[in-house]
Ligand binder design. Structure first.
Ligand code: CS2
Ligand code: MG
Length: 374
């Protein structure tokens, strides 16, 4: 089993797999995981990029699954065995108002989560990032259709408001739970520096994607002003995207995933490199990464020496029905289970009932119409 989901651009990966990689897989020895990885990475001439790397990632994951089944061992054993008993995951808390966020935070604590990501509606901003469409619903990144939904963004309103949300949370629930927040690339470096500084009293576990990371140098400015830890990397697809951020110690957590950064083989290289700088993993685990990806992530997380945390947004009933799995969630922690391979399956009969429908991630514009980072 492998997962190649590239949310909003999934058909391009399907075509890349179908037309280019799958034909070249025929007749190849499935035991040679590393050679196949290198064959597709070096052999295309065109290196890296999200489409190529998602395709390679899915094959890599599937090959680890096959090797595990052949060896009659769960994948984490093949990687070197468990480095911990269980994997700490963080859940998503969202609300359009602070009161709604407080209720949702209580709900997540009740479910056992010890680490919680908080996103809140911002007064005067019609559609902040990370909110559920309806009260009590779950945040879902993409929306059906071929045109993206347009959202409005105001940095000033955001910067003035969000620290008050954290203040209310810490006042009500204390400092014990791990509090996370995703800025989703919205700020400039100096704005992110101000944000990090303003929220220091609330001891965030991390602030995620404070600014876009194409120019890693930008993170130095943030670092010079704040000790709020930084997590980056969910849109990265290779160790090269991470290199400067890691070796110059500009981040604290690397968020690459098994689905986009070269599968388990790619992630292993990134994590080992990050460990030289005491940077820990904190893999992306949104609901647009399938349960196959989650299973592979959990095997990786159980093994990886420099594990930090794993995102776990949960899945809809339909998804859970279509992907039988062995992992367990218990009191804020997960375990991949001990079935051979990845311990996850895909029920094609059930999936047939839900044919592919196009969906898009939103875009963001400033109030004057300027295109911004979603
Ligand atoms: C987010 C994602 O989980 C996260 O941290 O940044 O929800 C992201 O927006 C989606 O996965 C995009 O497909
Ligand atoms: Mg994110």
């Amino acid at each position: 089993m492998g997962d190649a989901t590239l949310n909003g651009r999934e058909l391009s990966v399907a075509a890349y797999l179908r037309d280019h990689l799958c034909p070249q897989l025929i007749g190849r020895d499935a035991q040679k995981i590393e050679d196949i990885w290198q064959y597709f990475y070096k052999g295309a001439y065109w290196r890296r990029g999200p489409v190529t790397m998602s395709a390679i990632s899915s094959i890599d994951m599937a090959l680890w699954d096959i090797k595990g089944k052949a060896a009659n061992m769960p994948v984490y054993q093949l990687l070197g065995g468990a480095s911990r008993e269980k994997v700490m995951v963080y859940g998503h808390c969202t609300g359009s108002t602070i009161d709604a966020v407080l209720d949702d935070y209580a709900r997540l604590l009740e479910m056992g989560f010890q680490a919680i990501r908080v996103q809140c509606g911002i007064p005067g901003v019609s559609s902040a990032y990370g909110l559920a469409k309806q009260k009590g619903g779950k945040y879902e990144p993409a929306a059906k259709g071929v045109y993206p939904e347009e959202q409005l963004w105001s940095t000033e309103k955001y910067l003035n408001f969000i620290p008050t949300v954290f203040d209310r949370i810490r006042n009500k629930f204390g400092m014990d739970s791990c509090l996370l927040h995703d800025i989703h690339h919205r700020l400039t470096p100096i704005e992110a520096a101000r944000f990090g500084k303003d929220v220091e009293p609330y001891h965030l576990f991390w602030m995620e994607d404070p600014t876009p990371a194409e120019n890693p140098e930008c993170f130095r400015l943030i670092r010079q002003h704040t000790v709020t830890p930084i997590a980056v990397g969910e849109v990265f697809n290779s160790i090269w995207d991470c290199k400067q951020l890691i070796e110059q110690q500009l981040i604290d957590f690397i968020r690459t995933t098994v689905t986009h950064a070269g599968g388990i083989s790619g992630m292993r290289r990134i994590a080992d490199f990050a460990s030289l700088y005491q940077i820990r993993t904190g893999s992306h685990g949104a609901s647009d990464l399938s349960p196959i990806s989650m299973a592979a992530a959990l095997h990786f997380d159980l093994w990886v020496p420099n594990f930090g945390i794993q995102e776990y947004m949960g899945y809809s009933e339909i998804m859970l029905e279509a992907f039988p799995r062995n992992w367990i969630f218990d009191n804020g922690y997960m375990h991949p289970g001990d079935e051979p391979g990845l311990g996850v399956d895909f029920d094609e009969k059930i999936a047939e009932k839900y044919p592919y429908e196009a969906a898009c991630l939103p875009i963001a514009r400033l109030e004057d119409g300027t295109m911004w980072n979603w």
